[in-house]
Design a protein around this ligand. Structure first.
Ligand code: PLP
Length: 416
């Protein structure tokens, strides 16, 4: 934040929503001792005193680097590695999507940050059709450059900072934590809102179906989180990038009236086309929900140049209007899931949760790194559960994102 001039800080620090925080929030708009903000008229103090280093977000080491030795070990297998670590799609991007991208290739002008009307309308149709969402106005949707950047920047876009807790599940996609740190807010890993005590909560992340363990949160659970957050003026952001990958349970969106009582107040749903449409390479996501929050997020994104390329917007529009390719992809994953599940069971693994999503959360009740090593010796690369939180210390995450041929090879090695 030190790099921003006072005007920009004003944008980021704009009261997120006066109705959410009321007086308490307004009292916090002045200079903040914890940020060393200079009072108006003392702009000279904006220069850093000699010897004071710039504030850097305290970010952890990039976790995947620790997996490199295991990747090398697995790659030494005579029949090659089966990489089930990162959940990166391997099947073709659907024809209908590629055609739309190519047809929009002539794009000399800048795209709009808010997205084309066609894209926003397609997103609204998709949300009604596949997510059971309450009626949304296309103005309540904006595209994002994949959903990871939105996750990483949302606390900043909402104007959160020191003293604001950003809450996320104890076992979680690591970028929720990173986003809190980038904003200078307080990252809090907690599965229970009641355990949060009297702290000031700015944002609560929920993720169902969840990465890494594929658990689905029932509508009643989500509704409790929403009620709790609304009472305290906190925003709930629901990361729903695996919503269409329910296997044994039907995932519920936060935009569903069974969760939100028919109101979008304080809610944002974060969506991605990476997994449903094999579009990870395009960087295609969107966020939808409370129109006032969307307007605020949009305003900052416009200043920051966070816009989705025009051909990608056209590709997203085609992808959102087509469900046939999603069904095709689902059946590929369903088959791989059955094969891996059976082979892991035969090899003595227990699969926990994993009723939806793109992963099997597997354990032999051993430290996760031992299991990662055991699998690497068989040419299989898995993600250690510890990447996602301390509670994952005895699990590994097995992604369904490998070709049928590689999945069959993994099954053969597991059951040999
Ligand atoms: C829970 C969760 N959220 C967000 C993302 C980011 O996806 P993308 O940036 O491809 O939309 C991922 C990627 O694996 C994820 O697992």
């Amino acid at each position: 934040m030190e790099g921003l001039h006072a005007g920009q800080r004003g944008v980021l620090r704009r009261p997120r929503l006066a109705r959410w925080r009321g007086e308490a929030r307004r009292h916090r708009q002045g200079p903040r001792a914890d940020r060393g903000a200079a009072p108006a008229g003392a702009r000279g103090a904006l220069s850093r005193p000699p010897g004071v280093p710039p504030r850097r977000p305290q970010l952890p080491d990039f976790p995947w680097d620790a997996l490199v030795p295991y990747s090398e070990r697995a790659a030494a297998h005579p029949d090659g590695i089966v990489d089930l670590s990162v959940g990166t799609p391997v099947d073709p991007t659907p024809e209908v999507v590629r055609h739309a991208l190519a047809a929009a290739a002539d794009a000399p002008g800048y795209p709009t940050t808010v997205g084309t009307p066609a894209l926003r309308e397609a997103a609204v149709r998709w949300l009604a059709r596949r997510a059971g969402a309450v009626a949304l106005d296309p103005g309540a949707v904006i595209p994002s450059i994949g959903s990871k950047e939105l996750v990483a920047w949302l606390p900043t876009l909402l104007g959160l900072g020191p003293g604001d807790a950003v809450v996320f599940p104890e076992l979680a996609y690591p970028t929720y934590d990173i986003g809190a740190r980038l904003a200078g807010a307080d990252p809090v890993a907690s599965d229970s809102v009641t355990a949060l005590g009297p702290r000031r909560v700015g944002l609560i992340w929920v993720n169902s179906p969840a990465n890494p363990h594929g658990r689905v949160l029932p509508a009643a659970h989500l509704a409790k989180v929403v009620d709790w957050a609304r009472e305290r003026g906190a925003v709930v952001a629901s990361d729903e990038c695996y919503l269409e990958l329910g296997w044994e349970e039907r995932p519920v969106s936060i935009l569903d009236p069974a969760v939100n009582g028919g109101s979008l107040d304080g809610l944002l749903a974060v969506h991605s086309l990476s997994k449903r449409s094999n579009l990870a390479g395009y960087r295609a996501g969107f966020v939808a929900g409370d129109p006032a929050l969307i307007r605020q997020v949009l305003e900052v994104r416009k200043h920051a140049g966070l816009m989705v390329p025009t051909p990608v917007q056209a590709a997203m529009t085609a992808a959102l209007d087509d469900d046939a390719h999603v069904e095709e992809q689902r059946s590929r994953y369903a088959r791989r899931r059955d094969v891996l599940r059976a082979a892991l069971a035969e090899a003595g693994f227990r699969i926990d949760h994993s009723t939806a999503g793109l992963y099997l959360w597997a354990t032999r009740d051993q430290p996760c790194w031992d299991t990662v090593g055991w699998l690497a010796d068989r040419g299989i690369l898995a993600a250690p559960g510890a990447f996602y939180g301390a509670a994952g210390g005895s699990h590994v995450r097995i992604a369904l994102t490998a070709t049928d041929e590689r999945v069959d090879a993994a099954a053969k090695r597991l059951t040999a």
